[in-house]
Structures are given as structure tokens and as C-alpha cells.
Design a protein around this ligand. Structure first.
Ligand SMILES: C[S@@+](CC[C@H](N)C(=O)[O-])C[C@H]1O[C@@H](n2cnc3c(N)ncnc32)[C@H](O)[C@@H]1O
Length: 259
């Protein structure tokens, strides 16, 4: 039993409610093995003992598993499509726009969404529910302090309007953007999905999941959207069976639930 990955997965689920069965196995095992080595342990069993007895290590483990890389305005072409085409069509359809940024990491994505929407409408007309599995990144997102590097791709006009240099030589995001975003923990593989949404943004996370998990999530995204709502995926994500699910492809990475 000692080095049995099946046993490890079951125990990790009991401790964290994270189901590693839905994550691509090769990639996950590689990450877990390197963490075990980093702690100078001899296998899954001793690592589990450590996880059960040390909350800091447990937090480090979840943080390490959940690859949190993010940046503002990631893949600019897609944000331009949102800006020029998708937002105007959502405005025709919805009086109040409900947005979900699923797997939002450190907040770069939901703050980008807020800036782009605020170009088109008053901030009282839209709201963003931003979620992630990892509590640590949600803390950072709510704090809203960023390095110059993570902001490098953000168009100048947004940077000037919404960021100020703080005493730690980082940049603080404007309070007016924080007000439109609610950050909360949510596990895409386990928790119920919000309903009646106008836009779901889910980027650069499904790539870590098995096909079975992705299918399950795409179906739930469809059910979560109001008719006329849009799903915005990342450049790494593909939804082969979008037609079967009932989606219409509007542009690369944008899929509509028909009216
Ligand atoms: C690479 S980041 C993507 C961040 C952002 N969406 C972007 O594209 O810049 C992936 C995020 O997915 C989160 N994640 C991993 N598994 C998850 C799950 N089961 N439910 C919710 N979030 C998850 C991770 O914690 C991480 O913050």
C-alpha cells in the first residue's frame, strides 16, 4: 500500500475534498512526487502523515497542486473580441449582467473583466462572482496588490485609471473595481454552479482535467447560463462537443447558449 497512488488519492479527497481522479494523472503525479522529494520523504504514506498533521503543509500542497499562474489581459486578442463584440451583444440582451470568473486565481482575470465592462456601462449594471479552489490565491485577489510584471500586458489606459503605486512598490487596484467583485471559494468538480448567468469566463484550468471531468463541467456551464449567455474559454481549452451540448460558436473561444 505504501506507494499506492490510488490510496493516496482517496486519502487526499478525505482531507481536502479535492478529487485527483479528475486531474490528468501524469502531470499530477509529477508535481506530487517533486513535493515529496522537496520534503525529503520516502513516499505517499509519510507525505499523508505530514498533510494530516500540519495545516501549513496542507495549504502549501493545495497551492502547489493548483498551478496559479495568471496575468492581466492574458491573450489580448480574446479580450478585444469581448470588448468589441461580446459586451455589446450582452448589453442588448441583459439589463443587469451577471458574470462568473471561474478559477480566477489571484484576481488578474476578474479585475480585467471589470475594467473592460466599465468601459461600456456603469459599474452598477454588472456584477462579478469570482471563485477558485485555492484559499490562498483568493486572499491575494481580495487584497488586490500586483507587481509591475503581472500588469505588463494591460493596456496603458486601464493601468492609468485603475492602479496606484503603493509603499511596497507594488500597484494597488482601485476600490471601485473591488466593489463589483465577490470572491469566494468554489470547487468546479464538486460544488453547485451559480445560475442565470450572462457570461462565464473560465480560462486555463480545464487543461488540467480529464475528458470526463471537462464534459461534466461544460454541461454544467450550459445549465448555468441564461439563454443568450456566453461562455468565454481560454486559449488552452477546447470544447469539441459544443454542438451536442447546444452551444453556438460565436468566435474563437466564445460560445453562446441560444436565446
Ligand atoms: C492557471 S490558473 C488560471 C487563472 C486564470 N483563469 C487565468 O487564465 O489567468 C488555474 C486556477 O485554477 C484553479 N483550480 C484548480 N482546480 C480547481 C477546481 N477544481 N475548482 C476551481 N478552481 C480550480 C487553481 O487554483 C488556479 O488558480
Amino acid at each position: 500500500m505504501i506507494n499506492d497512488y490510488e490510496f493516496f488519492k482517496r486519502e487526499v479527497y478525505n482531507i481536502t475534498q479535492i478529487d485527483l481522479n479528475y486531474y490528468k494523472e501524469k502531470q499530477m503525479k509529477r508535481r506530487i512526487d517533486s513535493l515529496i522529494l522537496r520534503h525529503h520523504l520516502d513516499g505517499y504514506e509519510s507525505f499523508l502523515r505530514l498533510l494530516k498533521n500540519d495545516d501549513d503543509i496542507l495549504e502549501e500542497f493545495v497551492n502547489y497542486l493548483t498551478i496559479n499562474v495568471s496575468e492581466f489581459y492574458r491573450n489580448p486578442d480574446q479580450w478585444r473580441i469581448l470588448d468589441d463584440e461580446v459586451i455589446p451583444s450582452l448589453m442588448d440582451r441583459f439589463e443587469n449582467i451577471k458574470i462568473w470568473s471561474a478559477a480566477c486565481s489571484t484576481g488578474d482575470e476578474p479585475y480585467t473583466i471589470a475594467m473592460v465592462f466599465a468601459k461600456h456601462m456603469s459599474k452598477s449594471k454588472f456584477s462579478i462572482y469570482a471563485t477558485d479552489l485555492d484559499k490562498q490565491v483568493l486572499k491575494e485577489a481580495a487584497l488586490g496588490e500586483y507587481t509591475e510584471k503581472s500588469l505588463a500586458g494591460l493596456p496603458k489606459e486601464y493601468f492609468k485609471e485603475y492602479f496606484t503605486l503603493n509603499k511596497d512598490s507594488n500597484y494597488s487596484v482601485d476600490a471601485s473595481l473591488k466593489k463589483v467583485i465577490k470572491f469566494e471559494r468554489h470547487n468546479l468538480l464538486k460544488d453547485p454552479f451559480p445560475k442565470n448567468l450572462s457570461l462565464i469566463v473560465c480560462r486555463n484550468v480545464l487543461i488540467y482535467f480529464t475528458e470526463e471531468a471537462k464534459d461534466m463541467i461544460f454541461q454544467q456551464f450550459y445549465d448555468s447560463l441564461a439563454p443568450g449567455g456566453i461562455l468565454f474559454l481560454g486559449a488552452t481549452e477546447q470544447m469539441m462537443n459544443y454542438k451536442q451540448l447546444g452551444f453556438i460558436r460565436k468566435a474563437s473561444f466564445f460560445f453562446e447558449k441560444p436565446l
